[in-house]
Design a protein around this ligand. Structure first.
Ligand SMILES: [Zn+2]
Ligand SMILES: [Zn+2]
Length: 248
């Protein structure tokens, strides 16, 4: 948890640097996917989330701090912060988002699922890459509870598929465990949901997924109209990413 005065300064810094182009994710039945908050045309789930549901015990709950729009500043930020030569400004924005998201809404799944969060993990790159992922570096400074270290498979046929063998952990989780799994970007959700299944294999009772950004392509479906509809709504760190309104 951040010290209150520091938290207030961080919120002000995030809103002044990126509030003008970041948007809160929208939770609205049949307007956005009930799982991943991408725009949907009257359906409960988007096509990828609906097709993943055959895999059984996926994430208990999923939340997104913002959208990353391809070709827009939000998209550049989510790519630039982890570029080979990272863009410092982008790294600062992602770090502020993740720190505020964790400190303000990291324990909201306790109330949603009636079980306190006990562990945390991040989704590694797939296939595995050497060195520490910048997102892991950001989260490890701020997350509370025990880490469940996840390792990505060295070779995968279809990295976008939902497959529990894409990730593994040597940890064994206790019966009442609740893992907060964090990721930087969600495109179709295969990476995060595969990591959820790997955590289930390790014994996780509950898994809540907190993602910084839902990746959105402007030219897909009604996305342009959706983005236009939310274009005047500057980012507000107080809005709970799990509910789209107040914290549970
Ligand atoms: Zn979805
Ligand atoms: Zn909250």
């Amino acid at each position: 948890m951040l010290e209150p005065a520091f938290g207030a300064r961080l919120r002000a810094a995030l809103v002044s640097t990126a509030g003008g182009y970041l948007r809160n994710s929208v939770r609205q039945d049949r307007v956005t996917c009930a799982i991943c908050t991408t725009p949907v045309d009257g359906f409960r789930y988007c096509y990828p989330c609906n097709s993943h549901r055959v895999h059984g015990r996926l994430a208990d709950t999923v939340a997104f701090l913002t959208y990353a729009v391809a070709g827009d500043q939000s998209g550049y930020v989510m790519r630039g912060y982890k570029a080979q030569v990272p863009v410092q400004e982008h790294y600062r924005v992602v770090a502020m988002l993740a720190l505020l998201g964790l400190s303000m809404h990291g324990t909201c799944p306790d109330a949603l699922l009636d079980t306190p969060v006990t562990h945390w993990a991040t989704v590694p790159s797939l296939p595995a890459k050497p060195g520490e992922h910048p997102f892991h570096r950001i989260v490890s400074n701020a997350a509370s509870g025990l880490e469940v270290p996840l390792t990505a498979a060295a070779k995968v046929v279809d990295p976008r598929a939902v497959n529990p063998d894409h990730f593994s952990t040597g940890a064994r989780l206790p019966a009442n465990s609740h893992v907060l799994l964090m990721d930087d970007t969600w495109t179709q959700g295969g990476h995060a949901q595969s990591a959820v299944l790997a955590l289930r294999k390790a014994g996780a009772m509950r898994v809540s997924v907190l993602v910084v950004a839902r990746w959105i392509k402007q030219g897909f479906g009604d996305n342009v109209q959706f983005l236009r509809d939310i274009s005047g709504l500057d980012f507000d760190p107080e809005i709970c990413p799990w509910t789209g309104e107040g914290c549970p």
